[in-house]
Design a binder for this molecule. Structure first.
Ligand SMILES: C[S@@+](CC[C@H](N)C(=O)[O-])C[C@H]1O[C@@H](n2cnc3c(N)ncnc32)[C@H](O)[C@@H]1O
Length: 358
């Protein structure tokens, strides 16, 4: 039961996957910050009324710019998925190293605004960096210096009804003025009931013939529950444009069975790509592999092409009404970087329980 609308600020917001989930759970998105204009355009057009600020969060004076955007509004929840490349070079106990300034931006924002709760999302590699000492240091710093109660967990999006295997680490900190404990969301889907690629995208036009218009109308009436949930009455089909592959690529991928990869090709075929996930074809009856920022090695389970932006967006659980802007390369980055909104929504509902209980 919702008693109050809570304000959210999203740092390193990208197109706003995290924000979309929180918005669905009826949080109010005050704004997002990124240093990429295209991503901010997408964020802004899909989060009307929220600010979308281009601020370099590695700069020493970023907080002044952020304060100007937030004005005197209260920040109840701070979200952020900062890149963490600095830590792998500098090792633990080096939080203040400039290369780690992006984590520091989260820390300083929490320190200034004192949100009731913060969430940091990151790749699972963070857990093993320097034998786990980096993650431990992040947790300890927020606990020791700001008095937040901090917990973390690796979540797999498929366990929450997203048709994609995607594991990410979530660090959640609760202000010590709050009595209730944050509990990570219960799994809603077991492996034998995972939402599949076919459930997710079978209704979308194949684009075998019609390479044409970016905005089309739906031609398929039969929809799975997941498709209904994602479509939710949206009449227009955005970002559904096929990549034009060479005859060579089409010929090679046509020989890969569903769920297969380069290892399933006959000798001498597709030798140009041999690495781990090369020539991977999704399986129609399984969730997809982790959607990435566009390395173009994952193919549609049925058609001899890579998935369109819309198909990847569906596999990431973006609603059909969510439109991506910028070049196709930039759109791929936005989709691949995002936290699946459906998973974010599940987390947001647990956050709400904590905030409402107080
Ligand atoms: C993993 S993505 C975040 C995805 C987002 N949480 C979502 O759910 O859609 C990280 C973002 O950090 C942004 N970024 C990287 N360095 C930055 C900086 N110095 N200042 C602000 N944003 C930065 C990138 O442009 C990228 O959009």
């Amino acid at each position: 039961m919702s008693l109050k609308t809570f304000n959210v600020v999203d740092l390193f917001c990208g197109c706003g996957g995290l924000s979309t989930g929180f918005s669905k759970a009826n949080f109010r998105i005050l704004g997002g910050v990124d240093n990429e204009d295209t991503f901010l355009e997408t964020f802004s057009k899909n989060h009307r009324g929220a600010f979308a600020a281009n601020i370099d969060l590695s700069k020493e004076n970023f907080l002044n710019e952020l304060k100007r955007e937030i004005k005197n509004q209260e920040v109840d929840v701070l979200l952020g998925g900062p890149p963490c490349q600095g830590f792998s070079l500098t090792g633990p106990r080096k939080f203040n190293d400039p290369r780690n300034s992006l984590y520091l931006a989260m820390f300083q924002t929490v320190e200034f605004f004192r949100p009731q709760l913060f969430i940091i999302e990151n790749v699972t590699g963070l857990k093993n960096m320097w034998g786990g000492q980096i993650l431990e240091e992040i947790v300890e710093k927020f606990q020791r210096e700001l008095g937040y109660k901090v917990d973390w967990k690796i979540l797999n999006s498929a366990d929450y009804g997203v048709p994609q295997l995607r594991k990410r680490v979530f660090i959640v900190g609760v202000n010590n003025t709050i009595k209730s404990k944050f509990v990570f969301p219960q799994i809603t889907h077991e492996e034998n009931s995972y939402v599949t690629c076919m459930d997710a995208i079978s209704d979308l036009p194949s684009l075998e013939k019609e390479l044409g218009d970016e905005v089309d109308t739906y031609k398929f009436k039969k929809q799975s529950n997941y498709q209904k949930l994602m479509n939710n009455g949206c009449k227009d089909l955005f970002n559904h444009v096929a990549t034009r592959h060479s005859e060579h690529v089409k010929k090679v991928i046509s020989q890969v069975p569903e769920g297969g990869n380069h290892k399933d090709l006959p000798p001498g075929v597709g030798d140009s790509r041999k690495f781990n996930e090369a020539w991977t074809r999704y399986h129609s009856k399984k969730p997809s592999k982790t959607i990435d920022t566009g390395h173009r090695n994952h193919f549609h389970y049925k058609w001899n092409r890579v998935p369109t932006i819309r198909e990847n967006a569906r596999l990431q659980s973006f609603p059909d009404s969510f439109r991506f802007y910028g070049t196709r390369t930039k759109q791929n980055i936005q989709v691949g970087n995002a936290v699946p909104p459906l998973m974010a929504e599940r987390i947001a509902l647990e956050v709400k329980k904590v905030l409402n209980a107080d």
